[in-house]
Design a protein around this ligand. Structure first.
Ligand code: HEM
Length: 421
């Protein structure tokens, strides 16, 4: 942690990592792969929903209710891990196995167990970081309670690192064994390993010297880990919030369904394309408006390089400040009727929010490099879900259940799901 992007405070190392991450994630072949994978994983998700909530016997028993938020977590986990590492992830299958009484997912159980363990280790690692941030080294060494926690954290980190290192090793070997005229996979790891080598289509021997050297395994591990962490819960919780807002704003939902039906006509099964995603402007407006009203990331940390005046007060260099995203997204100086949920505000021709007033993806040098991928996932998932299914909240009066830490996470979203007529 701290060696990749997210918590990396060494500017030179961050800049180097960021260059490769951005180059890989913004490439057309990566976006293509993301759309292809979204279709594939959605088919898998549907096969599990069908067995658990939609088939006839289940409907008769009135078991069609589900907590949809963990499904979104598993879906985005599988998508991000596969896109970043080039190795299939099976956490949806693991979740299905956990819920299903009799049938098991048609996936090799060893692979399912392995990915479930890996994702569990990542979550455990994130929780455990608190112990290193807030508990002093003295307590961690000499107080058995903290020492046990700390030892467990280190064991877990070793397991996680070994797992990522093994993936990197396999990918390096695969690249080495693939003849130069044969195509490679489109995942991020492959792109980064081959960057600045003759396999790179943009290969240019005389470039910026600082970014010409190949990446080391610990650097690769750092950015793959950060990408998995930053790209999963952000997207999964945002789609849960979208479902919640759509259920409370039937006019918005109707307009969205009209847009989706206009684009897909009656075809509820053809794969969605990047072009469809580009044309779903109202869906994109909904993503932005939900994120403005109820942003999954609630604040951004920044450190002042020089003394500065902020909010009418003088602050010394190296002061750490937190930018309150909610306050900016609801500020009357920037937004007309800021508390009104109104996706149409984004549909006004040439509408652009005032500078730095819409920061769902942050801003400046550190702006989220995954924003294009996030939009592909969110708009794509909205189209795949709503062209085929009717999704309603079980209890419209119930408040949205959330828990706030670094992110605002949806802890439960009970819905009823059925096929649209
Ligand atoms: C709805 C989805 C998402 C939201 C709301 C979101 C939001 C953010 C925010 C607010 C930041 C901090 C930016 C700043 O400090 O100015 C950030 C950073 C980051 N995001 Fe995202 N993100 C999302 C999806 C993704 C995805 C899909 C990825 C791809 C893997 C990703 C990768 C990253 C990375 C690596 C950083 C750290 C960048 C750095 O420090 O240089 N994010 N994101």
């Amino acid at each position: 942690m701290g060696k990749g992007l997210f918590l990396n405070q060494d500017y030179k190392s961050w800049r180097y990592n960021r260059h490769f991450f951005t180059q890989a994630i913004l490439s057309p072949k990566f976006s293509n792969e993301a759309v292809h994978l979204a279709n594939k994983l959605f088919n898998e998700l549907e096969s599990y929903w069908d067995k658990l909530y939609l088939k006839e016997g289940v409907i008769k028993e009135n078991r069609k209710k589900m907590d949809i938020s963990p499904w979104f977590n598993q879906f985005t986990n599988d998508m991000i891990i596969t896109l970043l590492t080039g190795e299939r992830s099976y956490t949806m299958a693991g979740y299905f196995n956990e819920l299903s009484d009799d049938e098991k997912a048609e996936r090799p159980s060893a692979l399912v167990d392995e990915t479930v363990k890996f994702v569990h280790a990542i979550r455990k690692h994130l929780m455990g970081l608190l112990i290193f941030q807030f508990v002093s080294p003295f307590l961690r060494h000499y107080f058995p309670y903290f020492k046990n926690k700390s030892d467990d954290f280190i064991r877990n980190m070793k397991f996680m690192n070994q797992r990522i290192d093994a993936i990197i090793k396999r990918r390096r070997q695969e690249i080495e064994n693939t003849p130069l005229d044969k195509p490679l996979q489109n995942d991020m790891l492959t792109s980064i390993i081959t960057a600045n080598t003759p396999r790179d289509i943009n290969y240019n021997k005389i470039g910026d010297k600082e970014v010409m050297r190949p990446m080391t395994d610990p650097e690769l591990r750092g950015i793959i880990f950060d990408g998995i962490v930053a790209g999963t819960d952000t997207t999964a919780n945002t789609i849960s919030f979208i479902i919640y807002y759509l259920a409370h704003y039937p006019d918005v939902k109707k307009k969205m369904l009209n847009e989706i039906d206009r684009i897909f006509q009656d075809d509820k099964t053809r794969p969605i394309t990047e072009n469809d995603i580009h044309n779903l402007k109202y869906c994109e407006a909904i993503v932005k408006e939900v994120s403005r009203i109820f942003s999954v990331v609630n604040s951004l940390p920044r450190c002042l390089e020089n003394p500065d005046e902020i909010g009418g007060y003088q602050w010394q260099a190296e002061t750490i400040i937190r930018i309150n995203i909610d306050a900016i997204h609801h500020n009357e100086e920037y937004w007309e009727e800021p508390d009104k949920f109104n996706p149409d505000r984004w549909m006004v021709e040439e509408f652009e929010p005032k500078k730095n007033s819409f920061i769902m993806f942050g801003g400046g040098l550190r702006v989220c490099p995954g924003r294009k991928l996030a939009m592909i996932k969110l708009v794509g998932l909205m189209a795949l879900l709503f062209r085929k299914y009717e999704i309603d909240l079980v209890d419209k009066e119930a408040p949205l259940k959330t828990e706030s830490g670094i992110l605002t996470a949806c802890t439960e979203l009970l819905v009823e799901i059925k096929l649209r007529n």
